[in-house]
Design a protein around this ligand. Structure first.
Ligand code: SF4
Ligand code: FES
Length: 349
């Protein structure tokens, strides 16, 4: 079976160009935005060239989108950059947007995401449903001739977004069929198109690799570790008593699922507030905080609630609940955000 993988690529400007540009500008070093959770993502933007590139490849049933990218990198285009580690939905390092939906490369099956291309049965409508304009037909794609356009596909704030294909042959990457796959959209063995873009809401470093530093520092700022004061761990005569940390099963149940979060950022890429560029600490950090707020052993619940009761903390959550849809660990993130809102409202001040 054949499939076309369309990748939204990005090449950053060389370091020295960026350094020269910033050193000559009085606006190069902007002041912090006053948020307790750190700098705005827009400050970390990297400038460079955005373009789309198509790869027509052959796939086997059951293959994942990560398998496709690994094959392309090995056999066709070693310059393609993406991040992954475990390959099994555990590390959370390979979050991207596939057909506009934030998810993990390694758990996304090709047959679940391939859509008919424009020109195939219902192709234009199917892609329009996903929010894309009609994509290229094989007639207006030049084989092995990836084109680059850095004027109208470059976004000022440096955050990743789904960039629709324009339908203009000058804007499209060419099919790369050097591995022998035929890009025949009419063939019944042609599964169609899969469009992959960097995770929305994160500054893009190169191709599908985004900068997750800000998300990690936001998680760290909420001190995601157990804070139980020493007296609980000792007996009256000062000996360590491990049994003090026992919990009842119902207490464990309140945070057990939350402790499975892998900090992949899929919920953040799905959140229109976070990915939309508003000041918001983001659902991943709030899930990390909620894991300890719901832990009966933790002594710092009120301080934790105070820490997120800020304009760019839980207060910024608009309860859209898009964050729940694709969490690879099955966490109902939107419901947790709602529960946190209630806890913050009812906390002792
Ligand atoms: S809550 Fe789910 S989607 Fe969000 S970072 Fe954790 S594992 Fe990923
Ligand atoms: S590669 Fe580790 S979660 Fe996908």
């Amino acid at each position: 079976m054949n499939v076309t993988i369309r990748v939204h690529r990005f090449t950053p400007k060389p370091e020295e160009d960026r350094a020269r540009r910033h050193s000559s500008s009085p606006f190069g070093a902007k002041a912090r935005n006053g948020s307790p959770f750190g700098s705005s993502p827009s400050r970390r933007r990297v400038r460079g060239k955005h373009w789309t590139q198509d790869y027509a490849i052959q796939v086997q049933p059951g293959q994942t989108v990560l398998d496709c990218l690994l094959g392309i990198k090995r056999d066709t285009d070693p310059t393609l950059a993406f991040r992954y580690s475990c390959g099994h939905g555990i590390c959370g390092s390979d979050a991207v947007a596939i057909n506009g939906t934030p998810t993990l490369l390694c758990t996304a099956k090709v047959e679940d995401y391939a859509k008919p291309e424009s020109g195939q049965n219902g192709g234009a409508n199917a892609m329009a449903d996903e929010g894309f304009r009609p994509t290229a037909t094989k007639e207006n794609v030049v084989a092995n001739n990836a084109s680059v356009n850095d004027s109208n596909q470059s976004y000022d704030d440096g955050r990743s977004r789904i960039i629709p294909s324009s339908g203009d042959p000058n804007n499209l990457g060419g099919f790369d069929d050097s591995n022998g796959a035929a890009a025949n959209s009419d063939s019944p063995s042609n599964l169609g198109l899969i469009e992959i873009a960097p995770l929305p809401g994160f500054p893009v470093l190169r191709d599908l690799i985004v900068d997750i530093d800000q998300m990690m520092s936001q998680i760290k700022k909420l001190e995601p570790y157990l804070k139980a004061d020493g007296k609980l761990a000792t007996t009256e005569d000062g000996k360590i008593d491990m049994f003090e940390y026992l919990q009842r099963p119902e207490e464990l149940k309140r945070y057990e699922l939350l402790s499975n979060c892998i900090s992949c950022g899929v919920c953040e890429g799905s959140c229109p507030v976070y990915a939309g560029g508003e000041a918001f600490i983001g659902p991943a950090a709030l899930i990390a905080a909620s894991r300890f707020i719901n832990d009966s052993r933790d002594d710092d619940t009120n301080a934790r609630l105070n820490a997120i009761a800020t304009a760019d903390g839980i207060t910024a959550c608009q309860s859209v609940r898009a964050c729940s849809r694709e969490c690879p660990r099955g966490i109902d993130v939107g419901e947790e955000m709602w529960q946190l809102t209630e806890r913050v409202k009812n906390r002792q001040i």
